[in-house]
Design a protein around this ligand. Structure first.
Ligand code: UDP
Length: 325
């Protein structure tokens, strides 16, 4: 038997693979279509089987789940840019994919972790956000809020399967998970700023830069993920998974410039130029982690500078020059 990680080739998934390889002797099955993940993230690992497929294909999902003793469902369309550019694809992956995973997990009675997102809080400003707080979303015509709705439905599905089918399910709401291996390709701010700073280009701060995010080290996020699924008291519950230390995007840009020693300047870009006219975004984001801490006995707290140092070190690593012909 094995542990199944959907989206195991992705940024968070591949760090979970690292943790499981350290903590257990079980084999690992990764189901990934590598739409945003990369095979480099998991290349050369023993005990890891890779199924190249989509969570939208129910037969493949059922086959993989039937061989598993636990499931981490991390496969999803992620990244604000990707979601805004491909709303249909993102809805299908995030709704059908989760439905397929939960249906198979219930059929085979396999404990399942469902990855959700702090996006479900929408544009609420009532920080810090507790799991039972109200959510405030904009209109369905904005893809960002459809993504938030899809993630909320995923959560509700998970909880309903827990109640109706006795399926051990736990939901984690990730808050801006960052660290090495995260791609800047889909607009994520830390890899984008670090790459800009190292290249001596301006750091592109969207809006006035006063918006805040609570950046969370991926290593702490995957440890919390693993421990939540292994704690029967957590089943049937939703948990914020994040470090409760909000930072404004202006401050983030300044820290990146300082820590890289870059000469780059900061350039403010209006949202309508960065995205489009109707773009809206959460102004504040900070988790209330009391429930997480009460359950795990610890909370994510890696400081922003340490996170940035890890990402900068990775991005600075010299690439091996190609051999001369
Ligand atoms: N952001 C920015 N410049 C960029 C990319 C992102 O100022 O090049 C901002 C973005 O507007 C948001 C914050 O950084 O306020 C975090 O963006 P990200 O896409 O990483 O995560 P999310 O929006 O999902 O919190």
């Amino acid at each position: 038997m094995a542990t199944l990680i959907t989206g195991g080739g992705g940024f968070i998934g591949s760090h979970l693979v690292d943790l499981l390889r350290e903590e257990t002797n079980e084999s690992i099955i990764i189901l990934d279509n590598f739409s945003t993940g990369t095979k480099d993230n998991i290349a050369g690992f023993d005990r890891v089987e890779v199924i190249n497929g989509s969570v939208c294909e129910s037969d493949i999902v059922d086959g993989a789940v039937s061989r598993a003793t636990e499931v981490y469902h991390l496969a999803a369309a992620v990244g604000v840019e990707k979601i805004v550019d491909n709303p249909l694809d993102s809805l299908q992956t995030n709704l059908e994919g989760t439905e397929n995973v939960l249906e198979a997990a219930a059929e085979h009675q396999v404990p399942t972790f469902i990855a959700s997102s702090s996006e479900v809080y929408g544009k609420s400003t009532a920080v810090p956000f507790a799991e039972s707080d109200n959510r405030i979303l904009g209109p369905t015509t904005s893809p960002r809020w459809s993504y938030a709705s899809a993630k909320a439905v995923d959560e509700a599905y998970g909880l309903a399967y827990h109640d109706a089918e006795d399926l051990p399910v736990v939901v984690g709401r990730y808050f801006n998970i960052v660290g090495p291996r995260q791609s800047g390709q889909y607009g994520m701010v830390i890899p984008t700023f670090v790459e800009q700073a190292l290249a001596g280009e301006p750091l592109t701060v969207y809006g006035d830069g006063t918006q805040t995010r609570s950046f969370t080290h991926v290593e702490e996020a995957v440890r919390a993920t693993y421990e939540l699924l292994h704690d029967p008291d957590a089943h049937g519950e939703v948990f914020n998974v994040g470090a409760p230390q909000p930072t404004s995007i202006n401050d983030l840009a300044e820290r990146v410039i300082e820590l890289t020693g870059s000469e780059s300047e900061i350039e403010h870009i209006p949202y309508e130029v960065a995205y489009d006219e109707d773009f809206e975004e959460p102004q504040q984001r900070e988790p209330d982690v009391s429930q997480l801490e009460a359950t795990l006995g610890w909370r994510p707290e890696t400081e922003l500078d340490r996170i940035l140092e890890d990402v900068i070190e990775e991005r600075r690593e010299p690439t091996v020059p190609e051999a001369a012909e």
